[in-house]
Design a protein around this ligand. Structure first.
Ligand code: KIV
Ligand code: ZN
Length: 517
């Protein structure tokens, strides 16, 4: 039964989002994100594209088996092999959905599919029927719908509904549409297609013109009742509609949209950080909802207004998105009990081993940094929760660098209780660290991206380094490290990336095939 007061939230972070260049999530990381998406309260998780590669297949299967309380969708082209494989991957899900798609625009028909319109109708019908033979819940997407001829698109949609589709998705695959036009498109589909009231009408907008969220929201006003998107707006090219923005617009402007979601908005910030850390896609500071500055007030006039009444300059309470603002929480003399209590208040429940490690990190940080804020704690805890089981850990680094000397690094790593030490020189201190680590591990990697963010804005702030490494130019691994010393943070991040590479090789689970969609 479709609830017309609801907007269903379909998350494609693990499928379309993972198609972002350089992003390569392993199975454990995908599971972590999927579990967090359940806490966030999304209605559907698109777990991947099982036919694309054995790694994708295994990850979708693991999510279908292990993640409950949500629909798990698998993508498949309108092709029997794809659909059969998708079903194999999701058959054990509590609520399995096959999501099959076929392009409908003349550009795609002529140049990509080389199919006539009549053939497209035939293939779409066969694909939906094939999927329907496996599960009642079948989503059909008309790829490049926004650039398709409306009459033909309506015929395809009607055919898919007659064949048994429960969800019809209208993608703006190339991010070409604009809000007024897209809304009219949705209104036209609603009014012309017979049987449309029996299905969920979904939209899936890409952000090439920066309009994905606006187009999605306009579509909701025009009668769409599912929005697809990705956390932090990640995805192909300029990305997908940013789900946290869609959700908070619906929530904050309920007076205008009049729609509900079942999202627990307080999980937004944590979800965003997790996705950012695991994908290595750093969030721009001024990003709406989850950017570092999204709730920062700089000008005196604004600060004065805020002190008098928060709503003068704030339309959302940061607490609503789960943001712990930078208040002083603990210090050098705080004990384990206070530490655990504070983490619980912040919504983290750590097992005893994670707690011990996080407490050790906290004590170490308290020796170097006078004031420890909630943001510092967040970073420490996330480091413990997100870390792969390390193969190597950084014991120490020594650097000699300057404008007139060749940068040299000595690194000491620990592996299975053994101290391993190497020295190397490089183009800069970070390069020297990477070369020295490579000598210890015997694995040579290229650093393709290195970014730093200050966790708080004081001179003894923690520096959070996110980097991406590749051993072969094809497989990429994200590393993350945190320290008050940015070179130490770089060493930790690099070693974290190498650990992921080693663990992936051990399990042989994350090797990705070609990205086909
Ligand atoms: O952008 C797109 O058209 C897609 C479909 C596969 C839904 O991602
Ligand atoms: Zn897409």
């Amino acid at each position: 039964m479709i609830d017309n007061n609801r907007v269903y939230i379909f998350d494609t972070t693990l499928r379309d989002g993972e198609q972002s260049p350089g992003v390569n999530l392993n199975m454990e990381e995908k599971l972590q994100i999927a579990r967090q998406l359940v806490r966030l309260g999304v209605d559907v998780i698109e777990a991947g594209f099982p036919y694309a590669s054995p790694g994708d297949f295994r990850a979708v299967k693991a999510i279908a088996e292990g993640v409950k309380g949500v629909s798990v969708a698998a993508l498949a082209r309108a092709d029997f092999k794809d659909i059969d494989t998708a079903w194999d991957a999701i058959r054990s899900a509590e609520q399995p959905r096959i999501h099959t798609f076929l392009a409908t625009s003349d550009i795609h028909l002529k140049h990509k599919l080389r199919m006539s319109r009549e053939k497209v109708l035939e293939v779409a019908e066969a694909a939906v029927k094939r999927a329907k033979g496996y599960t009642w819940d079948v989503e059909f997407s008309a790829e490049d719908a926004a650039r398709s001829d409306l009459d033909f698109l309506c015929r395809v949609v009607e055919t898919a509904i007659k064949a048994g589709a429960t969800v019809i998705n209208i993608p703006d695959t190339v991010g070409y549409s604009v809000p007024g036009e897209f809304a009219q498109f949705i209104r036209d589909i609603r009014s012309r297609v017979s049987g449309i009231e029996k299905v969920i009408l979904s939209v899936h907008c890409h952000d090439d013109l920066g309009l994905a969220v606006s187009n999605s929201l306009s579509a909701v006003m025009a009668g769409a009742n599912q929005v697809e998107g990705a956390i932090n707006g990640i995805g192909e090219r300029a990305g997908n509609a940013s789900l946290e923005e869609v959700i908070m617009a619906l929530h904050t402007r309920k007076d205008y949209f009049g729609k509900e979601t079942r999202i627990n908005t307080k999980e937004i910030y944590k979800t965003s950080r997790l996705v950012s850390h695991l994908t290595g896609m750093v969030i721009q500071p001024n990003k709406a909802i989850v950017g570092k500055n999204a709730f920062a007030h700089e000008s005196g006039i604004h600060q004065d207004g805020m002190l008098k009444e928060r709503t003068t300059y704030e339309i959302m309470n940061p607490i609503m998105v789960g943001l712990n603002q930078g208040n002083l929480v603990l210090g050098k003399h705080s004990g384990r009990h206070a530490f655990r209590e504070r983490l619980e208040e912040m919504g983290y429940s750590l097992d005893i081993e994670e707690l011990n490690k996080a407490f050790e990190r906290f004590k170490d940080l308290a020796d170097r940094k006078k004031e420890i804020t909630t943001q510092d704690l967040e970073v420490i805890v996330e480091e413990e929760i997100i870390q792969v089981e390390p193969v190597y850990t950084v014991e120490y680094i020594h650097i000699s660098s300057g404008s007139t000397v060749t940068p040299m690094a000595t690194v000491g790593l620990l592996k299975d209780g053994e101290n391993l030490k190497e020295a190397a020189w490089g183009n800069g201190p970070v390069d020297a660290i990477c070369q020295a680590v490579d000598r210890v591990t015997g694995i040579s990697c290229t650093l393709v991206n290195w970014e730093i963010q200050a966790v708080t804005s004081v001179t003894d702030a923690l520096g959070e380094v996110t980097l991406r490494i590749t051993p072969d130019g094809k497989n990429f691994y994200v590393g993350r490290g945190v320290s008050t010393d940015i070179l130490e943070a770089s060493a930790k991040a690099y070693v974290n990336g190498v650990n992921k590479l080693i663990r992936e090789k051990e399990s042989e689970s994350g090797v990705k095939g070609p990205k086909e969609v």
